[in-house]
Design a protein around this ligand. Sequence first.
Ligand SMILES: [Fe+2]
Length: 484
Amino acid sequence: MKVKKLNTVQSSLKNKDHPYMKGAWEPFYDEFEVLNLDSIGSIPKDFDGVYLRNTENQIHEPIGRFHPFDGDGLLHSIVFQNGKADYRNKFVRTEGFQIEQKFNSSKWAGLMERPGTSILPGWGAQGCLKDTSSTDVVVHAGKALTTFYQCGDGYNCDPITLDSAGKVSWAPIEGVSAHTKVDLRTGELLFFNYSKQAPYMHYGVVGSDNKLKHYTPIPLPGPRLPHDMAFTENFSILNDLPLFWDSEMLKRGIHATKLHDLPSRFAIIPRYGSADEIKWFEASPTYCLHWNNAYENGDEIILEGYFQENPEPGNYDGAPKGLERMMAFLDNHLLQPKLHRWRFNLATGKTIEERLDDKVLEFGAINQRYACKKHRYTYSMMPTKGWFTFDGICKHDHKTNNDDIYKFGDGIFGSEVCFAPRHNSINEDDGYLISIITNVNEKISACLIFDATNITAGPISTLELPHQVCSGTHATWAQMNEIF
Ligand SMILES: [Fe+2]
């Protein structure tokens, strides 16, 4: 193992006395390159590609109250090839990151503060936020693309070295939300954005040549807070869910979410369609952060995701003063997301809903080779009670309705798993699950590789990382042949 510290970014953060600046969320500032990671258990030679993990890592003393989703994007890549693995981590060189590095201080207030608190004009649907590009990451047109859940510019970098390639050229003025979707069959990227100005949402398609090929307004009744989208072979699925900003509070500049007495609504639009071609469907009210897959079956469009049973929780017991609401919305055991299926019938306009698993689960993954097809397995993360961290993996078999579970252990938290197929694999689960864990007892991190056919047996390889990794949200997997 050859450890090389490439850089340490300038930080002005002094006060880490916040529940989300400690433990698994403690921020770090070093950028490393480690060639040939040491491994307990040999690394399988029958897969190759890159696991990319985006994290939210606060660098400067916050202006006002801190929310963990305010942290700067810090990307981690682990490249697997011929039974060897290399690790690199690098901050996303966003415009905001570069300005704050120059001044060594925060110039933007976060999600918990009124937009007018920021020192400089910013980004995001809420307004005046820093585009941290810290929420999500995918690989498209040979480059990694990082995005911000409140809508930002979208940044490209090299998926191996993480060297910045700047802002994407195709981002519209309204920005790009997190959860862009890559269709591996066509090489296209699908995206949406949302804002406080009519028409409140847009949807677009970027070609495999990284050029915008379709962009259209999606008129909504008012400002909404969609977080994810889904797609099938011919359609994209956008949503208008009843949890969104309280309009009275919004008039006073306060962005407080409220569950409205409205149904959930889903827009099914042909991939290159416009608003007049949307078929709208209604379903029971909920909020859903993430969808796992969607596919067509005759007249039906089938969508799988996580239905929150309690999208507007009460205050979090025992939170520091002023953080009760924030900590409640970060606790999935209060929100109660459950694996769920929506079936939209294009012929009748009716929706059928099915609960698939009664456990609290979120942040799901499938074998992406089964995107737009009926998949058998969903790999979900198991949220920690009380915290925005994950303490286990649950593999749900939709054919047998059986769950396989692996728990990381006390004080050990994992990142969103991704499925990496084995070379020449035939079965859907013939491959590996990859996650980065942070062990807060020993203040270390490692990358775990599981045999996806037998996750209960525990990791087959444990790769030592050079530092503790701060928690965050999303990760992705790309095969070597999807990069080059
Ligand atoms: Fe997300």
